[in-house]
Write a protein that binds this ligand. Structure first.
Ligand code: 9D3
Length: 261
């Protein structure tokens, strides 16, 4: 069982994971467990202070190192009691290494880890030096705190755990493990608002369907996310499929232009 601990001043936010969907099911079936720790519970002053003004001035507040350290140590102690010898402490931070599918797969192999979600402008640097093993960012945009990024990390990791999906096939077929975007999906009705489902999907010809889907995935990846194909050699079959898809797309575009004239 994967052990997850998170240090946060908003523990209730993590109910988004424990109350809904795939993550709720994985929790109920014992795929992982999750405990949220509030640094406010580790301070004794009447205001239960966890932040203060930055030395050197400037806007916003900085999280105090003391309460965070006590809180992290309690989370680490729980991990150790559960048999996780050296749980890494991972800070969610705009300065972190980018969280990718490869990082998610690495974390899913581990017995457990502690996430630290910051609020305000940041965390006292000395706490990071003393307690944090790794920093992760989910991308180049600003969120209001580390909690949503922590949930993104947990969700992406938990859905990789064995037995955590409705459909066991999906995780290995997933876009990013394959390095390709998804093909388009269709369901009933066969015709909707004048648009028909591609005939091949109604044909019952499984080989033709698989070929069509692969072709669509290649075409979409090539046109929307060329970066995913950049460092990568396509198989002879894939290269031929993509070439065919590009020719078909070009002739469709030419037809559309003719109709406009
Ligand atoms: C980079 C902006 N910072 C200087 C103006 C201030 C700041 C804004 C928002 C510091 C922290 C935050 C809260 N966000 C996170 O802690 C965070 C985050 C993010 O904002 N984007 C992508 N990944 C992450 S992981 C944690």
């Amino acid at each position: 069982m994967l052990r997850l601990d998170v240090v946060t001043i908003f523990p209730e936010m993590f109910e988004a994971l424990t109350r809904h969907g795939i993550t709720r099911r994985a929790l109920e079936e014992g795929g992982f467990d999750l405990r949220a720790w509030n640094p406010r519970d580790f301070v004794t002053d009447p205001h239960r202070t966890v932040d203060d003004r930055p030395y050197g001035g400037g806007p916003g507040m900085v999280m105090l190192p003391g309460p965070l350290e006590s809180c992290i140590d309690a989370a680490v102690a729980r991990q150790r009691a559960a048999g996780v010898e050296r749980p890494p402490v991972i800070l969610l931070s705009p300065q972190g290494e980018r969280f990718t599918d490869a990082v998610a797969r690495q974390l899913a192999q581990s017995p457990g880890f502690v996430l630290l979600a910051g609020r305000y402008e940041g965390v006292d640097e000395r706490l990071i030096e003393r307690r944090v093993d790794r920093e992760l960012s989910i991308g180049d945009y600003v969120t209001s705190g580390g909690e949503l990024p922590a949930m993104v990390v947990m969700d992406a990791v938990v859905r990789l755990l064995p037995g955590s999906l409705n459909d066991a096939g999906s995780a290995s077929q997933d876009s990013f493990s394959e390095g390709l975007l998804d093909w388009p999906h269709y369901t009933r009705p066969e015709e909707w608002e004048g648009r028909r489902v591609p005939e091949v999907l109604l044909s019952g010809n499984h080989a033709a369907i698989a070929r069509w889907r692969r072709k669509q995935a290649l075409l979409r990846t090539w046109s929307r996310r060329p970066d995913l194909l950049a460092g990568r050699e396509l198989s002879r079959e894939d290269a031929a499929l993509l070439e065919e898809a590009r020719r078909e797309q070009l002739s469709r575009q030419e037809q559309e232009q003719q109709q406009q004239q």
